[in-house]
Write a protein that binds this ligand. Structure first.
Ligand code: MV4
Length: 447
């Protein structure tokens, strides 16, 4: 087991990882920018190293500074959290070259999944159902027209180096195809330095359902069920739940089994998420994330398993603490992302939190790095906390969530709490009846 872990992140996830390390008796080091000197993760860590000025590229993304911090403090492993360097293959490789363990998959696995064409080809080879489309990159118009005619319109053009919604263009008919292909490729080249694009059938009203997987480092794979993350705005998840209101136990076991086997065959190590679009009872792979995700607590709530403990165990060579048959799904969990944003326009609202009071009681978890008097710096993303609620079933979970939202107080800044108070009272949400476009339409109506 590791003696000392360096946490290369900030905010609620830095605190989340710190807690796991403390429970496992592992010493902690955090790195921080000058803007985060007063942050909770800096206060609670055993050691801290200031690695640079506020902009992320000079601090949380500065690989050389982070490696130096490991050398100075004698850290034997790095937990990257999510975002920042968590899916940076070069970072994983550099740490390995310094005999420091990256708590995550190999650089090569990160690289495969970071290239969306390669990821899709790999998924298909491993028996994961994918969205019908081109077999690889598409360059010429004639080929594009042939593929689009074959799969049928509408189609979507995606950048291979994109992901998370960046660099996509929809073509409703053949008349749109030429411009869509041209602009998608040009924009991808400018944004990512890679102009490769591919074509897929455009699914019009899917849900976003993702499967939590783990490779144990010994060639075995397991799944921890799915999360429904369909409630998004501008590709930012807002509300996530597990299990998906759209799936039954058979569908869960089937897609989970396919994913677990794929992870085993890939020889993948650590936590991963296989993302699908789900429409008319069918799953279609879109991407794989090779990190711990923001919404992992809903999976923890329904399985009772600490996923950060498992990441640390696997990275240290100790394997998973559970086998597939030990992973049982209990009740229902919902996560609300509390952002420092205007709840109508979603414009960031940094500033000082004058009063912060979190809800409590059975089935309530709040993961947050802020406190009364904390000044939110303007340099980073606007997530200030997550409210995760668990109940024996979805109805109980929703009742408890409504009560928890009533107790939550964040004064001094605008937050997305009022949006959630509206959502818990909405009939579609109560019925679990929503797709990936539902929230955008709801917000547009309310304006
Ligand atoms: C799609 C799609 C429809 N058809 N692919 C957006 C983020 C990226 N991960 C994939 N995305 C989409 N891919 C096909 N073939 C619709 C989206 C999409 C979306 C997906 C998940 C959650 C929210 C979304 C919002 C708009 C579009």
């Amino acid at each position: 087991m590791f003696q000392k872990i360096l946490i290369a992140n900030r905010g609620e996830i830095a605190l989340r990882v710190l807690r796991a390390c403390k429970e496992l008796g592992i010493q902690t080091v955090v790195v921080h920018s000058t803007a985060d000197a007063d942050a909770m993760h800096v206060r609670l860590a055993d050691e801290s190293v200031c690695i640079g000025p506020p902009p992320s590229r000079d601090s949380y993304l500065n690989i050389h500074q982070i490696v130096a911090a490991c050398e100075i403090t004698g850290a034997d492993a790095v937990h990257p959290g999510y975002g920042f360097l968590s899916e940076n293959a070069k970072f994983a490789d550099i740490l390995a070259a310094h005999n420091i363990t990256f708590i995550g998959p190999s650089g090569d696995h990160i690289r495969i999944m970071g290239d969306k064409i390669e990821a899709k080809r790999t998924a298909k080879r491993l028996g994961i159902p994918v969205v019908p489309g081109s077999d690889g990159a598409v360059t010429d118009q004639k080929e594009a027209r042939r593929i689009a005619a074959e799969i049928g319109y509408p189609v979507i053009i995606k950048a291979s180096a994109g992901g998370g919604g960046r660099g996509m263009k929809v073509a409703l008919t053949e008349a749109d195809l030429e411009v869509a292909l041209q602009t998608a490729s040009t924009e991808a080249g400018a944004a990512f330095g890679d102009d490769a694009v591919y074509i897929e059938k455009y699914l019009e009203k899917p849900r976003h359902i993702e499967v939590q997987v783990f490779g144990d480092g010994f060639g075995r794979g397991v799944h921890f069920g799915e999360r429904d993350c369909s409630l998004q705005r501008r590709h930012q998840k807002v509300w996530e739940e597990a299990p998906s209101p759209a799936l039954n136990a058979e569908e869960r076991a089937r897609i989970g089994g396919i994913c677990a086997k794929a992870i085993a065959d890939l020889g993948y190590s650590g936590a991963g998420t296989i993302e699908f679009l789900y429409e008319n009872g069918e799953f279609y792979f879109i991407e794989m994330n090779t990190r711990l995700q923001v919404e992992h607590p809903v999976t923890e709530a329904i399985t009772g398993i600490d996923l950060v403990h498992e990441q640390i165990r696997v990275a240290s060579g100790g394997g998973l603490s559970v086998k597939q048959e030990d992973i049982k799904f209990n009740g229902h969990a919902i996560e609300c992302r509390i952002n420092a944003e205007d709840p109508r326009t979603f414009t960031p609202s940094p500033g000082t939190i004058t009063h912060f009071h979190t809800p409590g009681g059975l089935g309530i978890r709040v993961d947050s790095g802020v406190y009364s008097g904390y000044k939110i710096p303007p340099y980073y993303d606007s997530l200030i906390g997550k409210l995760i609620v668990h109940g024996r079933n979805r109805v109980e979970c929703m009742m408890r969530l409504r009560r928890a939202l009533d107790e939550f107080v964040v004064d001094g800044i605008k937050t997305t709490l009022p949006l959630f108070r509206d959502l818990v009272g909405n009939a579609d949400i109560a019925n679990g009846d929503y797709d990936i476009h539902w929230l955008e339409k709801y917000v547009a109506k309310e304006e």
